[in-house]
Design a binder for this molecule. Sequence first.
Ligand code: MLT
Length: 410
Amino acid sequence: MALVNENYLKLPGSYLFSEIAKRVEAFKTANPEAEIIRLGIGDVTKPLVPTVVKAMHDAVDEMSVAASFRGYGPEQGYRFLIDQIIENDFRPRGVELEFDEVFVSDGSKSDCGNIGDILGIDNTVAVMDPVYPVYIDTNVMAGRAGSLNEMGYWNNLVYIPCTAENNFVPSLPDKRVDVIYLCFPNNPTGTTLTKDQLKQWVDYALDNQAIILFDAAYEAFITEEDVPHSIYEIEGAKECAIEFRSFSKTAGFTGTRCAYTVVPKQLMAYTAEGAPVSLNKLWNRRQCTKFNGVPYVIQRAAEAVYSEEGKRQVKEVVAYYLENAKLIREGLKEQGLSVVGGVNSPYIWLKTPEGMSSWDFFDFMLTKLNIVGTPGSGFGPSGEGYFRLTAFGTRENCLAAIERIKGAKF
Ligand code: MLT
């Protein structure tokens, strides 16, 4: 008799964004004439920039000729891309990395989930609340989360509120934890930490031999000074942090798939007997066994993001989304809504009006205004009473959404 991984049976019905898609589809089927504006999942709408497209075409041509055809590539990624990553994303910020500390992958979502493979099952894991659901769901799957109580909390996870009450600056945990997920700029709230605030987490991790899993997928949207782009800008972080970066939101690769994860060689975790083990070695071992690398064509496309033209074109796209974010943020504020995010992030986090629950507000927005957003409670109990909009729509749709909201009676 084949047994299932019963941890999966503990997971709530479906993944947040699948649930939303299902509800929107049902509404669309019942109301085919409705002009739905989708500002729910953080998926980009602008096409790949010309420099990236050209690099992809060129790479396809290379693959069509025996002399330049490539089969399996290095599981860790091609050196031509890794060198550009180090040279452009880290060196200018004073961070030196070796090429074998960077692992190219098919997405930060996969890496944030897969990283659990190399971490012990008995680690106590801390997450922000609200939080990107992948961190929690993958720990449930692995058996680290325990069981879900009626308040919506997993009893083995440590929740750290990141709410209006603490001005979206999470406090250090009041009990010892081993693994900490941090996402800054934050998904879903769109808020950030300053260097000093992030340093407190690095210091905590160093003091407690804990590991920070730092998700920096939205780094390209940082506009303000004093907001760290990489956790390695903080002294000591190489001894306690893994960083996840993605081309998805930076360069429109949500459908193309390319990301990378940095696992410094200094970073150790421990056996039950207390012997240090290099996580870089373990992650390399894991990737070589379970992953065969990102397609050559895609890595050439990602490399083009770092060319002079590529950088300029990608920056323009990010600026376009940031302008959307500003329009949404200001439009909501004019309606008297309480809003954070959208300054260093493509996400705008708003308090639902009239004390509506997140899902009631979702239904109101969908059925009355034909706008799709994401209910805050889908990101955790502290997200209740909040709602997330993304700035990744077209300008036209963002403006139309604001017009609809302006005319709304909540
Ligand atoms: C989101 O909407 O939170 C993101 O699109 C999810 C993701 O990047 O996987």
